[in-house]
Design a protein around this ligand. Structure first.
Ligand code: XIL
Length: 485
């Protein structure tokens, strides 16, 4: 199998609409490289000549962008409406293209009758099992690979709260990936010949989330849970990509014996009010497409690359960002100070990235009373700067706990930097601190990201009294009163 494409063709979306189409087509080059190159499509546009001819000329695979989701397939509990999905299949067959199916289980794009009806776990389990079976059998022999389940793990590596998991779920709530395993088993029974994929966002490079997915796939393979592939969505919201660790992630997944498909590739760039982008951004965008294509070509386990749509005319990007997406390109969002009692959704990081286009979110444990920002490392631990001497106090009596091993209690610090007499601070936060070396290599004390206020824990009641405060307060008042007199 040849695994090289000429550099010029790596610029996917933009090459297609260049005045003089590159020759040979992307599809021809993909074929000689032994690669599937696909696009997500909307059946409505298949009757548009430019759309149809570009699609069939440049791609050898298609996926229904929305036409095989519950929202389209299931107008009500009793009906299956395959018309839109069938239109995609027909187009693909007429043009000798492979078909990916997307997606059988997801917490989005579900009809209201399903989400609003307060079904019990038993009813949901029956509905989902039946849906997987009916849909896969309808497309058996046509859809060669299915995204069985989409986006089931959240940013923190936990199984994402969802209709199918725990709201109320299919009866495997709070049992971790057991419900994911269940849907893969149902899928294999429904169509033993289709390749079964787990599809996910923001886990393309090496990071905590991709570690969790890797561990899940490894466990599934060891226990014989039927899984054949991992789909890396690859929506690039800002002009940067970690292609080195993308390669490493593809390689480690492939080593488990699963295929990797890049399933939803797109690279957002900011545009002005006329819809025009800066030439430098377009060039950078091309480099990013190129590096991703190379990461796939260099790994035999990566067998398909697919873009999420192929023309800006019908891209989902604008519709989902209300025009703001990408505007904060190359910016940094820094967190700090805590949520102060506000309830934020579990996937807030994803939502912030999605809306603003910001790629980097730097988490910090900050208090306005001290002179350090205490950033989070790549292992999700807040590290104190070297001039901050942290203590963990026993919440019952305020005594410092030993500064060794792991300690849970009230966070307090000495700050060596301010040129004042006052450099200590006792916080209202319950923290879990470690005084051991962190997995990132740093030797400074570090905290778990889950920090809770004692006042939230104790219904607003958290009074911190410092020994010296009473006296200091009186002295300050006397001093000021004397000045006023
Ligand atoms: C998007 C479609 O592009 C939109 O048309 C639709 O309104 C919402 O869904 N990750 C996925 C895709 O797995 O199914 C999503 O598709 C984009 C994000």
């Amino acid at each position: 199998m040849k695994r090289s494409l000429r550099n010029s063709t790596a610029v996917l979306c933009f090459a297609f609409f260049a005045a003089a189409a590159p020759s040979p087509s992307l599809r021809e080059q993909a074929r000689s490289a032994g690669l599937l190159v696909g696009a997500a499509v909307r059946p409505l546009h298949l009757s548009e000549p430019a759309y149809a001819s570009t699609l069939s000329r440049e791609f050898n695979m298609v996926e229904a962008e929305d036409a095989m989701k519950w929202l389209t397939l299931r107008p009500d509990a009793a009906t299956y409406d395959f018309r839109q999905g069938d239109a995609v299949v027909r187009f693909a067959q007429e043009h000798y293209m492979k078909i990916r199916g997307h997606c059988l289980v997801w917490d989005h794009n579900n009809p209201e009758w399903l989400t609003q009806n307060h079904f019990t776990p038993v009813q949901l389990s029956r509905l989902l099992h039946e849906h997987i079976t009916r849909v896969m059998q309808h497309y058996a022999g046509q859809v060669f690979a299915w995204d069985v389940i989409n986006e089931a793990i959240d940013e923190n590596g936990r199984v994402r709260d969802s209709l199918w998991y725990n709201q109320p779920g299919i009866g495997l709530s709070e049992k971790g990936v057991a419900y994911i395993e269940q849907v893969f088993r149902w899928a294999r029974e429904a169509d033993p010949h289709a390749l079964l994929f787990y599809n996910e966002a923001e886990s393309e490079a090496l990071n905590h989330k991709s570690d969790v997915i890797y561990a899940m796939v490894k466990d599934f393979k060891q226990r014989g849970v039927p899984i054949d592939g991992v789909g890396l969505q690859m929506h690039v919201p800002a002009l940067s990509v970690d292609s080195a660790t993308l390669s490493a992630n593809i390689a480690r997944l492939a080593a488990l014996g699963v295929q990797v498909h890049i399933t939803e590739l797109d690279v957002s760039i900011p545009v002005d009010s006329n819809g025009l982008a800066l030439a430098t951004h377009v060039a950078r965008q091309a480099e990013i497409y190129r590096s991703i294509v190379h990461a796939c070509l260099n790994n035999p386990g990566c067998t398909a690359i697919q873009t999420w749509g192929f023309t800006d005319k019908y891209s989902w990007i604008g519709s989902h960002s209300r025009g703001a997406r990408g505007q904060a390109f190359n910016s940094l969002v820094s967190t700090g100070g805590g949520a102060k009692g506000a309830v934020v959704p579990d996937d807030w990081e994803h939502l912030v990235r999605e809306f603003t286009g910001v790629d980097h979110i730097q988490h910090m444990y900050v208090m306005s009373e001290i002179t350090a920002l205490n950033k989070m490392c790549e292992h999700g631990r807040y590290h104190f700067e070297p001039w901050i001497i942290p203590f963990v106090l026993d919440p019952a009596d305020g005594r410092p706990l030993p500064r060794e091993g792991e300690q849970i209690g009230r966070a307090a610090v000495f700050d060596l930097l301010p040129s004042s007499y006052w450099g200590g601070f006792i916080s209202g936060d319950e923290v879990a601190a470690s005084f051991e070396q962190c997995a990132c290599g740093r030797t400074t004390a570090h905290l778990d990201r889950r920090i809770q206020r004692y006042s939230d824990k104790q219904n607003g009641d958290d009074k911190i009294t410092c020994l010296a405060s009473e006296e200091a307060h009186r002295a300050a008042l006397e001093f000021l009163t004397a000045r006023l007199a």
